[in-house]
Write a protein that binds this ligand. Sequence first.
Ligand SMILES: *Cc1c(COP(=O)(O)O)cnc(C)c1O
Length: 375
Amino acid sequence: MEPFSEKIYVTRPVLPKIEEVTEKLQEIWDSKWLTNNGEQHLRLENELRQFLKVPYLSLFNNGTIALMVACQSLRLSGEVITTPFTFAATPHVLSWNNIAPIFCDIDSETMNIDAEKIESMITPHTTAILAVHVFGTPCDTEKIQEVADRYGLKIIYDAAHAFGVEIGGCGIGNFGDISMFSFHATKLYHTVEGGALVHGDKNLKPRIDLLKNFGIKNEDEVVMPGINGKLDEVRAAIGRIMLNYVEGERQKRIALHKIYNEELSSVEGLKLMPVVAENVKLNYQYYVIRIDEKIFGRSRDEVYDEFKNYNVYTRKYFHPLCSDYTCYRQLNSSRAENLPVANLIGRQVLNLPMYGELPENDVRKICAILKSFKR
Ligand SMILES: *Cc1c(COP(=O)(O)O)cnc(C)c1O
């Protein structure tokens, strides 16, 4: 098989028509208001609140700062139980809040934190659970809530992958105490850089909004050590435009998911995206497979390397596991014996190219290339 003539990346940002952006820029220029709770910011908060079906929403300049503020707003301390199978930001926000991340193993189907194992990680220092809806597959929210209630723990969801996901018509942001969304350029919905915190507690909204604006209450009072988490008007305006593109992009990705599933479901040694309950609305942001080296005859790393010879650039999300980072590997909970499932999946997982503009025939060719690797 011939390699692709141009590089195929794992993703491409969704870009709005440039005219739509310049039109909005003109509005912003005319208003001479570039940041600090401007018109675009106010409107985007309302539009996103409706889109995500959540009671309260605060915009941020990125998802990581949002998550840091979430920890502060709930006054978390001590230890927080989280997953090693996530992006670096998840455990890092705990460290930046002087909180020890405690890594809990993951579920072998969903790749999310294993709710059954959380209880065994709880100590007198535990204050919360920070779970991630990995690749947009919802966590076992019921079981996590039950454990949290029993031990009086808070729950934060890193919903960076789960924009627009719903369970039984209920927005994914309605679970736990606070959820974070990332609007980074590589996510399904984006504001170039950006993020949000969502929750159902009306007393929390003013505290979050203070924390993201240096703790400045008014011209005469600064009431807490806040940070600069503000989203500017230019990005808020782009976010408003991008809202019109989400469903179209999602539909294109659904079509590509279908082709991947058709082409790969019968290949022995490949495990495809987890099947979830019928009442869950997914966003189809990523397409992820797991490669069982013993059956497929080739390791994930071999497949990753060989794909490059065909100009296909896949990604090994999430490898390395957070528990293998130099800054966390000395933790007791990072020991491989504590995380057998995460360690196995970290060696098997591979993200295949997935973005709306990817031609269907390219997906078929990527599948043919992958199948040709099998031994
Ligand atoms: C993208 C991402 C983040 C961080 O979001 P930023 O907006 O880039 O700061 C956090 N957690 C996960 C799981 C992510 O994928």
